[in-house]
Design a protein around this ligand. Sequence first.
Ligand SMILES: [Zn+2]
Length: 267
Amino acid sequence: MPTICRDGEVCLAVKTDVMEVIIHSGIYEYTQVQNPRHRPTTAEIIWSIEKPPFDLLMDFLLTSAEVYKRYRSEVTSWVVHNTTTGDTYTKYPKQEVASAISTGMMYGENLAADEILLIVMHSHHTMNISFSATDTADEMKTAMFPTINVVVKNIDNFSLLDPAKNVDCRCAYMGGFYPLMWTELFAEPIIPECVWTNIQKLKPKLPSVQPHAIGVNRSVTFTPDDSFFVGAETGAYDMDMPTFQTYADDFDEDNRRRPPRRMTHER
Ligand SMILES: [Zn+2]
């Protein structure tokens, strides 16, 4: 594993076709003082492709909520980069709906030759737990190369103002697990300041998730089709799904064209 010196700090660095992962040691060369800016054994990502957009995370949140509602189940999604088209998108591999989903499943079956797997996301539906022992065991299988994993917890109580409360991210590499901020993985949405002010007043959350199935069939094979994902338009969802775009639409008339303001999740 290559060791590099970055701003005086000793770091481990590993490069793939799409990114460079920098793992902070918290140790400055020679002096061994703690790095004031980065906790030891946290990681950061330097993307060599365009950073995946926030919409991909949002898509996963909405799908997680819907899958929980329908099946009371977790769900796994992959963020994939297509080297032919240059596009980055989510892909839902064919999966057994169950309480635990293997994150190390069926890569060959579900990925085309020109697709690179960037991020593995899975939900812990309404549970307030981060990566499990099962997740760790799964990630160890593929950790010869750096793998980026995301778990979404408490899907029924999701704060759009602070995704870090619900979204845990880490990089698994060579037996180590290195925490990441979600902002390392997804570009933050750009929101006009006047809209942002109104969003803060509303305290938007994903709608509460109430499973309406009485019997839960855990052997259902979940293969998302188009009709699943256009639910918001066809009315399959029980209520309007809040997105930043809908809030932007709501407050269009108040938009005084102030300079755009980014969501603040700076470290
Ligand atoms: Zn898990």
